[in-house]
Structure formats: C-alpha cells, structure tokens
Design a protein around this ligand. Structure first.
Ligand SMILES: [Zn+2]
Length: 252
C-alpha cells in the first residue's frame, strides 16, 4: 500500500553504510518511523530529503509492519536554521519534543504547522530563538493534552490579582490571597502581569496570530524559564537537546 504525505525529518539514524531509519512528522500519520534505503548514498535521490529538518512530499510504502520511503520530493531545507548552531540546536529540541508528544499513526497537521511556522520564522531571521522557544513550548503543551488553565484563579475564580502564581504540576494558576489561605502541595511560580498576558496569548490566540506579539527582554527571559519548567514538569523529562541549546544560545 502506498501513502503520499507531507513530512519533515525529526531524526535520521544510520543503520548501515547506505541506509537510514527516519523519524518523520507527517501530516496524515503523525510521528512515524520509515526505512530509507540508500539515504546515505552521496548522490542518491533520498540523501537530502533524509536529512534532519528536510521537509518533503514523501511516498511511503507500507509493507510487513513498517514504512519504507519510495520517493521524496524536497520542498524546503531550512538552510538558515541548519547553518546557525543556536537555531539548529533549538530546532533539534523542538524535534525531540515532538517525538515525545505528537500523535503517532494519526493526523498531526496542527503539529506540523506549528513546527513549520517556527522554523520559517527562525530561517528568515524574523524572530529570535528566545522568542520562538517559549511560544513553541507552551502551544505544543496545549495541543498534546497538557494545557494549563490560565483563565482564572483555581481558588476564587478571579481573573486579575496583584499576585498570580503558576502551579505547574496541577496546570493552573492561583492568586496571592488563595495561596496564603491554602498553600498548595507544590512550588508556586510567580507570574508577572506581562508574562501571564503572554502565556494567555500563546494558549488562546488563533493560530494566525500566535507569533504576533511583543514582550520586553526581561519578561521574555522569565517566560523562557517558566515554559521550559512547565514542559519538564508535565512531560516528566529533562531533554538533553534543551541543555545543549541552553549551552550554545547567545545572551539576549
Ligand atoms: Zn484566588
């Protein structure tokens, strides 16, 4: 059975001299693993489409419980991301996050769209890594079932308060008064008004407006800390690709 799908390479793993196994994020089937025969042949037609972050139209053949790449027509290479160690390391983190959280064997058009948009903005230098990162992290969490409730305080239901805290484990916010009355069994993280507004935008904005906001540098740094902490708490994982990104990222 043949399947045609738009997909991007999240990981390429060599299995012998000429062949690779690809982890793809595909529009129709989400995260899948596909065997790419000849992917490592220097002049093979699958060489470039099999590289990390290559976005192509793949024709896959399903046989004996696995996909095999029949053909791939390259669409985008994202050279501007590949050529920059900071951008590439951030993109690798996004790929690892998607392998962990995106649907497998079912449609994942929204996930693909989020990644492609983030890569496009990085590729063209339209937004910095430190802006793209928290937007991607938090929006992804909302898509894969880890959406926090940022509408109102979990205790009293107020929308605004002098002090608002994120409870990352229980995925909700709580106001300063409620926090004093009934301390939660987890560490609260203080959210400034600017950071909370940005987080609400990332969660609730229509996709077309997702990346269309600005935030001062100091609050952006806070937002980065908070969203990566939230990802770590919710997925219960520490991603080595994130550590690598943090080790190479330029100071903002
Ligand atoms: Zn409250």
């Amino acid at each position: 059975m043949h399947i045609k799908t738009q997909a991007i390479v999240l990981r390429e793993r060599a299995i012998d001299e000429f062949d690779s196994v690809l982890t793809l994020l595909s529009r129709e089937r989400g995260v899948i693993t596909a065997y790419a025969r000849g992917a490592r042949k220097p002049r093979g037609s699958l060489k470039v489409p099999s590289e990390l972050l290559s976005y192509s139209c793949f024709v896959l053949f399903w046989n004996r419980d696995r996909y095999q790449v029949d053909r791939a027509d390259l669409d985008t290479l994202f050279m501007g991301v590949r050529a920059d160690v900071e951008k590439l390391s951030l993109a690798s983190y996004f790929c690892q996050l998607l392998m962990e959280t995106a649907p497998k064997e079912e449609a994942a058009g929204e996930y693909l769209r989020l990644l492609l948009n983030a890569l496009y903005l990085l590729d063209k230098g339209k937004r910095d890594c430190s802006f793209i990162k928290p937007v991607f992290e938090l929006r992804l969490m909302t898509m894969c079932g880890f959406m926090p409730d940022l509408v109102s305080c979990a205790g009293c239901g107020c929308f605004e308060a002098e002090e608002i805290y994120l409870l990352a484990q229980s995925a909700q916010i709580i106001c300063g008064d409620c926090l004093k009355k009934e301390p939660p069994g987890e560490t609260p993280v203080r959210l400034s008004k600017t950071v909370l507004a940005a987080m609400r935008h990332i969660l609730y904005a229509p996709f077309e407006k997702l990346f269309s906001f600005t935030i001062p540098d100091q609050q952006l740094a806070d937002l980065n800390e908070i969203t990566q902490y939230y990802v770590m708490v919710q997925t219960e994982k520490r991603f080595e690709t994130l550590d690598f990104y943090l080790s190479v990222k330029l100071p903002t």
